[in-house]
Design a binder for this molecule. Structure first.
Ligand code: DCP
Ligand code: MG
Length: 241
């Protein structure tokens, strides 16, 4: 049965080591098509939340449900094949651009790869390379710019067609034109999927269905942009600097 993308956290507590709780009483609900953003200072627990969704770490207290099923009862490989992590530290390998987009979807046809690259706004820069989709990348794609690597990361996720998207935004900046391409590509990619965003650009957070402000592992504020601005609390402070 294909998973649809309803995610629930019920009273989740978590620590990497005994004794130190990194997440405290996390409760949240996300459904397909929704974008949930996590903001908060460094060390607040944002990445940890996504580490739990894909079971890189197991929780010791509380429950995480995927379409109503306890994720501990879902095979890890099956679970991860429904998810894509986009943008940050995209792992590129020595091989063609085509193979780097195809990645785990070994059955993807050339047509599907080009279609995904078009959706991701990556097609334009790829077709302008002397060898196009057959251009060889060095290990870690060092012969591409940061922005180009991010566009490839979006194309790879589009081919994977995941139920859940995890967007861990890179802190390093790209030029305005590339930024626009990335934002457009991401918007198309997110359609109909459940998206968790760890964002550094407040512009990425603004249009989220729900924003969770994390501090010392606790959700201290939640709501949409307007609600949180009206609250004049931590989120407001982050926005007004
Ligand atoms: N932590 C740990 N062991 C790990 C990862 C993290 O002990 N393998 C600790 C470091 C922090 C806390 O857990 O005290 C939360 O870490 P996160 O990576 O979840 O923090 P953020 O993602 O919010 O921080 P940043 O904005 O710096 O990415
Ligand atoms: Mg982090």
């Amino acid at each position: 049965i294909p998973l649809r993308g309803y995610i629930t956290f019920k009273d989740v507590n978590f620590g990497y080591d005994e004794g130190k709780r990194v997440l405290k009483n996390i409760n949240l609900y996300a459904k397909p098509g929704q974008k949930i953003a996590f903001v908060g200072s460094t060390g607040a627990g944002k990445t940890t939340v996504t580490n739990l969704i894909n079971r890189f770490y197991e929780i010791n207290d509380g429950t995480i449900l995927f379409d109503g099923i306890d994720i501990r009862r879902i095979n890890k490989h099956d679970l991860r094949s429904t998810m894509s992590i986009v943008l940050q530290d995209v792992h590129l390998f020595e091989g063609t651009i085509k193979d780097n987009i195809r990645y785990g979807r070994l059955d993807a046809t050339d047509e599907e790869i080009i279609e995904a690259a078009k959706l991701a706004n990556a097609h334009y820069f790829i077709k302008n390379l002397p060898n196009g989709y057959d251009t060889m990348l060095t290990a870690d794609g060092m012969n591409l710019s940061q922005g180009e690597r991010q566009l490839l990361s979006i194309a790879r996720a589009a081919v994977a067609d995941p139920t859940i998207l995890i967007l861990d935004e890179a802190t390093s900046s790209v030029d305005t034109r590339t930024e626009k391409l990335i934002v457009e590509g991401m918007d198309k990619l997110m359609e109909g999927r459940t998206t968790f965003v760890i964002a550094h650009r407040l512009s990425t957070v603004r249009d989220s269905d729900a924003i969770m402000v994390l501090e010392h592992g606790e959700i201290i504020e939640r709501g949409d942009h307007e609600e949180l601005m009206n609250l004049k609390g931590r989120y407001y402070e982050l926005n007004t600097g």
